[in-house]
Design a protein around this ligand. Structure first.
Ligand code: FAD
Length: 410
């Protein structure tokens, strides 16, 4: 039996994936009521600049608003977080008591920054995290030239903030538990390369250590960070860059499988713990945990801008015609800008069991690494070699057959 077309669609999460889903719904002919719910008071804005230009641009931060199509015709409910979902009654409840009935629902609530670990609970003032625009503006205000910033966690976000602070003329210490920055994601060689970029920029990179405590002045503001090595690093501000967790707390009683993100089938339909589909509910972006062909079909939630864009559109297509569109198999891609170096990746380097260095030139600031899993190409990373990525992307797209590594550049 053909299901009637949805008349009321609710999108929870007023950011990149939610907006792209809303745009795609209209572009694909949805003429019913479209409601977009956001926890933040802001209309959708872009997050990548928050750890880059928003921290460095002078005299003031650039605008980050995402363009809104005139024909979106959506009802915006901003500053009103969703607090629960009843998939049987097909309603979403908001914190202010509003109950929103839906025929179709898009879950696009992204991720939230991980705060201080339990052992460091109740950190002093001046210990910050970064996920949203307001966080970025608070961090920017703390980046006073000549002051001291400690960044805890040398992943992409921590590395970018450390680089931005250095560019602003701060003394920067970057603390990392692993032997190299980004080691878990990119492997030790690429991690060491990124570590060398940080050190060349004058960042005091401390690896293989963790933060065990904070020091604070009489005014309750942070003055230092204690490390497991026994050292204390002086700090006027601290950024905790310890990763992000999918924002699924509000779905806890919904009967949806949400550990590590909303579990989805290849069509981005939300699943119950028994693997059955939650009718009329799709997920997209950082919150969605989706089967990844490059990870042998294992479900992963990706914190990538392009992923949010592509899944937003794909989730909309599924809502309008469940099961009809092709399964979501886009090759993931990611970028980062660090000390003027263009870092780009395709595929899933993090699932590799082998990293093959194709080019390693620290003086020339160029790096190319091909990532394999059980002998099969699963990803690639370049630094200042962006043109090389197209060939890897093509190889990764090849479905079914083991992909070949592109020939090295002449
Ligand atoms: C500082 C920073 C820099 C980044 N840089 C890069 C980069 O260089 N390259 C790259 O590829 N990616 C980057 N990313 C990642 C990229 O921005 C994300 O992948 C993208 O924003 C994901 O979009 P999303 O819509 O899924 O989630 P989000 O952008 O996180 O949006 C989710 C929205 O849902 C809202 N929400 C949460 N819970 C609720 C609720 N219960 N009710 C209603 N609304 C709710 C949130 O407030 C938020 O507005 C960066 C991210 C950050 C934070």
């Amino acid at each position: 039996m053909r299901r009637p077309a949805p008349r009321r669609i609710v999108v929870v999460g007023a950011s990149l994936a939610g907006l792209r889903a809303a745009e795609a719904l209209r572009a694909q002919g949805f003429t019913g009521t479209l409601t977009i719910v956001g926890a933040e008071p802001h209309l959708p804005y872009d997050r990548p600049p928050l750890s880059k230009q928003v921290l460095t641009a002078q005299p003031g931060p650039p605008g980050t608003a995402l363009p809104l199509p005139a024909a979106l015709d959506a009802r915006w409910l901003l500053g009103r977080p969703a607090v629960s979902l009843d998939p049987t009654a097909r309603t979403v409840a908001l914190a202010d008591g509003t109950l929103l009935p839906y025929d179709g629902l898009v879950l696009a609530t992204g991720s939230a920054a991980r705060g201080a670990p339990a052992a460091l609970a109740g950190p002093p003032r001046g210990v910050l995290t970064l996920r949203g625009l307001d966080d970025a503006l608070a961090l920017r205000a703390a980046l006073v030239p000549g002051r001291r910033l400690t960044v805890v966690g040398a992943g992409f976000l921590g590395g970018e903030v450390a680089a931005a602070a250095r560019q602003r003329g701060l003394h920067v210490t970057l603390v990392e538990a692993a032997a190299q920055p980004l080691e878990r994601t990119l492997g030790p060689a690429a991690g060491a390369y990124v570590g060398a970029l940080h050190r060349a920029a004058g960042i005091d990179l401390r690896t293989r250590t963790t933060v065990t405590g904070f020091r604070a002045g009489a005014n309750g503001h942070v003055t230092g960070v204690e490390l497991a090595t026994g050292d204390t690093v002086r700090a006027d501000a601290v950024l905790l860059a310890l990763g992000a967790a999918p924002a699924t707390g509000w779905l806890a009683d919904s009967g949806t499988a949400v550990d590590g993100g909303v579990h989805c089938d290849p069509y981005l339909r939300a699943l119950r713990p028994d693997g059955s589909v939650v009718d009329g509910v799709v997920a997209a972006g950082d919150v969605a945990r989706v089967p990844q062909p490059l990870a042998g079909g294992g479900r992963l939630a990706l914190g990538h801008w392009t992923n949010a864009v592509e899944q937003g559109a794909a989730a909309a297509a599924t809502l309008l015609a469940p099961g009809t569109p092709a399964p979501f198999t886009a090759v993931p891609s990611f970028w980062s800008d660090l000390h003027g170096a263009r870092i780009r990746s395709v595929g899933l380097p993090a699932v590799a069991d082998e990293a093959r260095i194709v080019e390693h030139d620290l003086a020339g600031r160029r790096l190319e690494v091909a990532y394999h899993r059980e002998g099969r190409l699963v990803g690639a990373l370049t630094i200042n070699r962006t043109a090389r990525l197209a060939a890897y992307r093509t190889a990764l797209r090849e479905d079914g057959e083991p992909a070949q590594q592109p020939a090295p550049a002449a």
